[in-house]
Design a protein. Structure first.
Length: 214
């Protein structure tokens, strides 16, 4: 599991982790945005909460994540859960369904850095890759021309998202205390990954699991 404030770098690190360890990346935010794009009733409801930076109700999120975790690829390869659970009740539901993590990584980044990261973030709708206009600029003009901006990536909305995060994070961290590792997410993307990679390599070794290094 990977957790952290909005724009702490969860998605960015998940791209690197899944590439090396061949896990299935399951991001609650991405599942919700897919519902919005598909124009479903759940998506319409979820957007109302996401616009306000609030947690989407469990009735929508819990089963959505459970269903994705239950897919054959997640069972076969193992999963990397990003942005879930965000509350005690979500963690309890996950446990009840029999999904227990091996590790809980918490990315720590000071708030002043988070706002700058949110405002400069752009997404490539074709590859799903995450960019930042300053820290990870697009490689070509063609990619630059098609980048999109998330509807909740404004300074005003990220402050609301941060408030929600700050009021829930302690509950979630305390549930996974024994499995928790804090990582300094304010360093460069590669430095953060080096730290996570070393943690995961030791874990895989200890558990006798193999990674599919590329
Ligand atoms: P979600 O999509 O999960 O958003 P979030 O938690 O706010 O996190 P972000 O996706 O904004 O950031 P990130 O940490 O992945 O950072 P990234 O790698 O992109 O959730 C959105 C909404 O959905 C929530 O507000 C809520 O309403 C709802 N929701 C989601 N999960 C839910 C749940 N479980 N229950 C209920 N509701 C839920 O990086 C950000 C930027 O910084 C990028 O531009 C990147 O290039 C740059 N960057 C990353 N790392 C570095 C670095 N080390 N140095 C410099 N720049 C960096």
């Amino acid at each position: 599991m990977i957790s952290g404030a909005p724009a702490s770098g969860k998605g960015t690190q998940c791209e690197l982790i899944t590439k090396k360890y061949d896990l299935v990346h399951i991001a609650a935010g991405d599942l919700l945005r897919a519902e919005i794009d598909a124009g479903t009733e759940n998506g319409r409801l979820a957007k109302e909460y996401m616009e306000k930076g609030q947690l989407v109700p469990n009735e929508i999120v819990v089963m959505m994540v459970k269903d994705r975790l239950s897919q054959p690829d997640s069972k076969e390869k193992g999963w990397l859960l990003d942005g879930y659970p965000r509350s005690e009740s979500q963690a309890t539901a996950l446990k009840k369904f029999g999904f227990d993590p091996d590790i809980f990584i918490l990315l720590e980044v000071p708030e002043e850095i988070l706002v700058e990261r949110v405002v400069g973030r752009r997404l490539d709708p074709v590859t799903g890759k995450i960019y930042h206009l300053t820290y990870s600029p697009p490689e070509t003009e063609e990619i630059a021309g098609r980048l999109t901006h998330r509807f909740d990536d404004t300074e005003e909305k990220v402050k609301l998202r941060l408030k929600t995060h700050n009021s829930n994070v302690k509950d979630v961290v305390s549930i996974y205390e024994d499995l928790s590792v804090k990582v300094d997410g304010s360093l460069s993307k590669q430095e953060v990954f080096a730290e996570i990679d070393s943690i995961l390599s030791s874990l895989f070794e200890k558990k006798g699991m193999t990674s599919h290094s590329v």
